[in-house]
Design a protein. Structure first.
Ligand SMILES: Nc1ncnc2c1ncn2[C@@H]1O[C@H](COP(=O)(O)OP(=O)(O)OP(=O)(O)O)[C@@H](O)[C@H]1O
Length: 346
């Protein structure tokens, strides 16, 4: 596809990766900004289309910090095409770059942005359901301090936008998301709600600060046995033990999220205050400088290379290990968004 033009103006220059979703390219926009955009392509006849849902959800979310701008959506010869803002490496990439351990300062700066993103997501009536470091990307150039939230393939509307009536509580659900960061209630088969995205953020923060989670690397026969073993470990690891050696705020945060009722409005201000307060107590300086900006001997271009390598590797694996089962209607995103797809702006 390199060398082709989509949307009448975007020239595909480089394959970034491919997987279950189709392909993602870097493209040049001769008329726009720094000239580079990301293009997602999905085969038109795909059995389980996702791009249309992602485009609808992105359209709904447009205009807030940390949400990729969409420039074009359309159906062309054999593909559904979405042209969007090009972003940089994921938090998993930069975590690797920092030898799989982040400082308290970076973790707290990320906590603040991740909480803002999820609060905004929830304010638009959706839960994400696949919170993990790979689904947060760093912006490029002037936006390199901004953390973006991506991958809405598992997002689900949790309340009516008009009446704000919460969706029903259900049990016996299959686990949706990524087992490592899934909330205990998601493991237990409860319908997910806002609290589950927040508990997952808690696990991501512990992962950044400690370098790993106690349920990583558990060996089991099949997928289901592995999920059960992870759940057991989560059940049997009190937050005080999980967060041993870390400031108390992390266990406090996790307990708060775990104790939220299914349809309770989370107090986002309280959660951000917890971490901001710790930040100030520790006399840290919010200068926007993350660990990966100062990794010795690792210039910025290496961050970009690392990302390219990871995307290639993911393409080779063909996103093996993904738990998503798109044959399950509940696993499909945003089927009921009523907004129209964006057409190319002026
Ligand atoms: N706008 C973008 N700019 C740069 N990289 C991007 C952009 N969108 C997605 N990516 C990269 O491409 C990868 C795949 O994108 P995305 O997660 O949206 O698709 P997916 O089908 O849900 O993939 P996966 O199966 O890995 O969850 C992401 O891991 C991300 O690193």
């Amino acid at each position: 596809m390199e060398g082709k033009t989509v949307g009448g103006r975007y020239l595909l220059t480089k394959l970034l990766g491919s997987g279950s979703f189709g392909q993602i390219y870097i493209a040049k926009d001769p008329r726009g900004g720094d000239g580079e955009v990301a293009v997602k392509l999905e085969i038109k006849e795909t059995k389980h289309p996702q791009l249309v849902y992602e485009a609808k959800l992105l359209k709904l979310l447009q205009g807030a910090p940390g949400i990729a701008e969409v420039y074009y959506y359309g159906i062309e010869a054999e593909h559904t095409v979405m042209v969007m803002e090009l972003m940089g490496p994921s938090l998993e990439d930069v975590f690797n770059l920092c030898r799989r351990r982040l400082s308290l300062k970076s973790t707290l700066m990320l906590a603040d942005q991740m909480l803002l993103r999820i609060e905004y997501f929830h304010s638009r009536h959706y839960i994400h359901r696949d919170i993990k470091p790979d689904n947060f990307l760093i912006g490029r150039s002037q936006k390199s301090n901004i953390v973006y939230i991506i991958d809405f393939g598992l997002a689900k509307k949790f309340r009516s936008p008009s009446t704000l009536v919460h969706g029903p509580y259900r049990e016996n659900k299959n686990l949706t998301g990524t087992a490592r960061y899934a909330s205990l209630n998601a493991h237990l088969g409860l319908e997910q709600s806002r609290r589950d995205d927040l508990e997952a953020i808690g696990y991501v923060l512990v992962y950044f600060l400690k370098g790993s989670l106690p349920w990583q690397g558990i060996k089991a026969e099949g997928k289901q046995d592995k999920y059960s073993a992870i759940m057991e470990k989560k059940l049997n690891t009190p937050f005080t033990e999980l967060c041993q050696g870390m400031p108390d705020e992390f266990a406090t945060f996790l307990s708060y999220t775990r104790n939220l009722r299914f349809d309770e409005d989370p107090d986002y201000r309280y959660m951000r205050w917890l971490f901001q307060n710790l930040f100030h107590q520790q006399r840290l300086k919010n200068d926007g400088c993350f660990d990966w900006n100062v990794v010795k001997g690792r210039p910025q271009w290496q961050v970009n290379e690392l990302k390219a390598e990871r995307l290639q590797a993911a393409a080779m694996r063909n996103v093996a290990g993904s738990m998503t089962d798109y044959s399950q209607p509940s696993n499909r995103a945003a089927t009921d968004v009523v907004l129209s797809i964006p057409s190319e702006p002026g």
